[in-house]
Design a protein around this ligand. Sequence first.
Ligand code: NAD
Length: 312
Amino acid sequence: MTRIIDGNEIADRITADLEPCLETLADAGTTPGLATVLMSDDGASETYVSMKRQACNDLGIESIHHELDPDAPADALFDRIDELNDDPAVHGILVQLPLPDHVDRQAVLERIDPRKDVDGFHPENVGRLVTGTPRFKPCTPHGIQKLLEAEGVETEGADVVVVGRSNIVGKPMANLLVQKSDTGNATVTVCHSRTDDLAAKTRDADVVVAAAGVPELIDGSMLSPGTTVIDVGVNRVDVSERRSEDSQTSSDQSDTEKGYELVGDVEFESAKEKADAITPVPGGVGPLTITMLLYNTIKAASLRADVDVSLP
Ligand code: NAD
């Protein structure tokens, strides 16, 4: 029987485990603060930021929000980051991606104080991750590690195929999984848009992490029986294109009413027939991503306050 991995349930458990960390910080006189910066009119970006802010409020992390006009000069964003770097009430800074074309994304990520870089995208934090001394693990791959751990999926010696090589998901995922650690020690293959015969790679895998941003790229015929399938993809698909299809994996009624459905990078129905365990979209990886942002914000505050909060 295939296990459908409940990301919400795992995220709730980790969030509950974060509460005592906040109490420890409160005893030391610190309330963690997360600054979110939105420079976009994009509806999905607005939704992601509001979900992150809500999660902060629910847990007791102070949420400080800044919005910039997408047409504002890049310097307006750099100046805002400088202010947040200097603000003692701010422990973590998250600049929501993507940014407008006229803003150099890498320069923005490098402007953030690495000690406040709760996304883990600053080169200093990337370097620490690669060398096995992470400060902030990027939220989505870290969440996947937690999810695999919670599900009892053994990574040691496992053949893991990561589909996607972005700096946000694919590369840090691969780096975490090859580390010499209890949640690593895997043999990792990284596939991407130039990979020859993706199906041959995924069929050899014990675990597939799909992060390509291509709707239903991987189906059951590309998997061997017993694979653990982690679907990172969040793709908005026009409802009219899918009206005749079985939409078991699609998003809720409110999204359907908006004219789109959310689908993953995995074709859920056929993959479920082969997989030992599989994450749905939505309700799989997504909730963990937000939880690990809270985790990193608490970590940033504890490092600054020099208080051991015993993070889960
Ligand atoms: P990206 O576009 O930056 O990278 C996609 C990667 O997939 C690239 O490295 C590319 O080489 C590879 N790729 C593209 N087509 C491919 C193909 N046909 N075969 C093999 N590889 C292919 O995207 P990203 O930021 O890494 O995000 C990937 C997906 O994950 C997106 O759908 C995104 O929305 C989603 N995402 C979800 C969460 C979450 O919390 N659930 C977080 C981040 C990203």
